[in-house]
Structure formats: C-alpha cells, structure tokens
Design a protein around this ligand. Structure first.
Ligand SMILES: [Zn+2]
Length: 58
C-alpha cells in the first residue's frame, strides 16, 4: 500500500509558538500527520488530536 522507504522526517510539522504541557518546552511540539497526533520532541509526550469526531463514553 504505502511503500515507505524514505525516513519519516518530512511527515511531521513543527508547531511553533506552542508550549508542551508536560515539560514546558517551547516549539518542541510537532504534528504527526501520519498518526494525527501531536508529540513533544523533548519529553516524547503525545496527545491525540481532537478531529471533531468525538466518541461518546457512557
Ligand atoms: Zn514535552
């Protein structure tokens, strides 16, 4: 399906002006387009993006 031979570097997009909620570092958050999550390059904390399709927990 996806022949991914190249390094997965250009898939992410750095989010500038944002601070990591976990470690407090600035400009370390990057948006992983492949997995639709935001991850901090400093501490590795990841958070799934809310894409507007919320699941309802009962
Ligand atoms: Zn962090």
């Amino acid at each position: 399906m996806f022949g991914r031979a190249a390094p997965v570097v250009e898939i992410g997009h750095i989010l500038t002006g944002l601070r990591c909620a976990a470690c407090g570092a600035m400009d370390t958050l990057w948006f992983d387009l492949a997995r639709l999550l935001i991850e901090c390059r400093e501490c590795g904390t990841g958070a799934l993006l809310d894409v507007g399709d919320e699941e309802v927990d009962e």
